[in-house]
Design a protein around this ligand. Structure first.
Ligand code: HEM
Length: 458
């Protein structure tokens, strides 16, 4: 959808706003949950609009008022119930699907039917594929992943001698992640086909943009995206089933890697220790998926980057679908039809959970693992890895719907980071300046125009 059409459709929104908001007013009578922001009818409509650009402030205010409770803020067409604190987050994480639905929550959040195609919403084959086949085969597929990382960095960066070259990080990393992920799913030669990759990348950007815009439209005005149909036309029958999955991987992994690269150039002191670690591990164990487990500093750096740059202000969105509503362990009952999510980003920035929580401390988790090991707290050693989920680290969610793709994501991204620090020098485009995130509603995106300089390692 182009911007003009979007503006036109958005005009219609004003007409339906009043009627739609009635439902929210009705909900307010049912749910005994404090409101953060205005409670009057017109004023709360204003809050719904404010959410688009000031959600972080609204949610942070609620978190500070109710750090172990539930509050709600007005969205354009509904209330957002926000859950804080480990006890209530566990309630959401463990709630049965027929009471509190993950699928309905994801549909509202990512507008999946419109942005990713019905396939990924309705076909549970993908979930099984990620949980079983993909994760189990990571060891076996690792040589392919590694081969594609080497070729993709070479081809995309095109570096010679000792020259420094500047690159727009997001599109550059998107192309590399697209190639590496597609090597697994559609294989050679399609994973290197320029037109196919360009559409992958355009699609990943479009999913994010469209999902944001679509949530601002009333349901009957929501359009269908056509990137997926284009790609479905050019891939083989057996590749069709995994395509939506590949595209999903692309949009999440490239965001994480772009943020990690901005962090690496903002805090250059982490490059050498990670390079030394990768060199030592590769010398001792060679290149394998198992060797990545020994790269504790790289793992910690990526986990910290995820903590600080969590793309979701809120995560684990669910819809209450049981007629009798959903009762939390503190007795709060959310009515049928409510949308609930957990305050992920405020949790990650909570001083009571992380020392110097607002500071980027790339090796904080490596340090904790070393301390736990020294104290023989063997189980805790694993709790601070990139793949570990926790009520205070919510980037992959936690509980029964915790991201099953995180094992793949961690393998791909750790292998990419190890390759990068071993083979390249990097520095920021402008010394001391980290390109600012773009914030839209509840989402934080890495700056799409931010640049970084690369040269071959000297
Ligand atoms: C850095 C990368 C990634 C991040 C940050 C991420 C994050 C998430 C989050 C927050 C959820 C929802 C958890 C919840 O609501 O409880 C989720 C679910 C999911 N993710 Fe990921 N993800 C990533 C990579 C991947 C990859 C690479 C795949 C596929 C290979 C994948 C497949 C899935 C699937 C299938 C679900 C739904 C799980 C279910 O229905 O129970 N994700 N992910």
């Amino acid at each position: 959808m182009d911007d003009q059409t979007f503006l036109l459709l958005y005009g219609v929104l004003a007409g339906v706003l009043f009627a739609s908001f009635r439902k929210a007013v009705y909900d307010r009578k049912v749910a005994n949950v404090p409101i953060v922001g205005f409670s009057g009818f017109i004023a709360s409509c204003w809050d719904g609009l404010r959410f688009i650009h000031q959600a972080p402030e609204l949610i942070q205010r609620g978190y500070e008022l109710y750090p172990e409770g539930i509050f709600r803020v007005a969205r354009l067409f509904r209330w957002e119930y926000v859950v804080c604190g480990p006890k209530l987050i566990k309630d959401v994480a463990g709630a049965p699907e027929h009471v509190v639905s993950f699928a309905e929550g994801a549909e509202e959040n990512v507008q999946m039917k419109f942005t990713m195609g019905r396939e990924i919403v309705e076909n549970h084959y993908h979930m099984d594929l990620v949980r079983t086949t993909l994760t189990r085969n990571l060891h076996k597929c690792f040589p392919d992943v590694r081969d594609e990382i080497i070729c993709a960095f070479d081809d995309v960066l095109e570096l010679e001698g000792s020259e420094w070259k500047s690159y727009p990080v997001l599109p550059t990393m998107m192309t590399i992640v697209a190639r590496v992920s597609n090597r697994l799913f559609v294989g050679l030669p399609l994973c290197r086909d320029k037109a196919y990759l360009a559409n992958n990348v355009a699609y990943a950007v479009d999913v994010i943009r469209s999902a944001n815009k679509i949530t601002l439209l009333p349901p009957f005005l929501r359009p269908q995206n056509d990137f997926i149909s284009w790609m479905l036309n050019i891939v083989d029958e057996d590749q069709k089933a995994v395509l939506p999955l590949t595209l999903r991987i692309l949009s999440v992994n490239m965001v994480l890697f772009t943020q990690a690269l901005f962090d690496l150039t903002t805090y250059p002191e982490y490059l050498l220790p990670m390079r030394e670690e990768a060199e030592r591990v590769v010398a001792e164990e060679g290149w394998s998926k198992a060797a990545l487990n020994s790269m504790v500093k790289i793992d910690s750096f990526l986990r910290e980057s995820q903590r600080i740059n969590t793309s979701g202000l809120l995560e684990m969105t669910r819809k209450v679908i049981a007629k009798e509503g959903f009762r939390f362990s503190d007795g709060t009952v959310l009515p049928y039809g409510s949308y609930v999510a957990v305050a992920a980003r405020p949790t990650h920035y909570d001083e009571s959970k992380y020392e110097n929580a607002t500071k980027f401390d790339g090796f904080r988790f490596a340090q904790e693992r070393t301390e736990h090991q020294a104290n023989h707290e063997s189980n805790d050693v694993f709790k601070r890895q990139m793949i570990s989920t926790a009520v205070d680290h919510l980037s992959f969610g936690t509980g029964k719907h915790a991201c099953p793709g995180r094992f793949f994501a961690a393998t791909e991204l750790k292998a990419m980071m190890a390759h990068l620090v071993l083979n390249y020098d990097v520095k920021p485009e402008v010394e001391g300046i980290r390109p600012a995130d773009i914030v839209f509603g509840q989402n934080f995106f890495p700056n799409p125009t931010g640049r970084v300089r690369f040269r071959k390692r000297q």
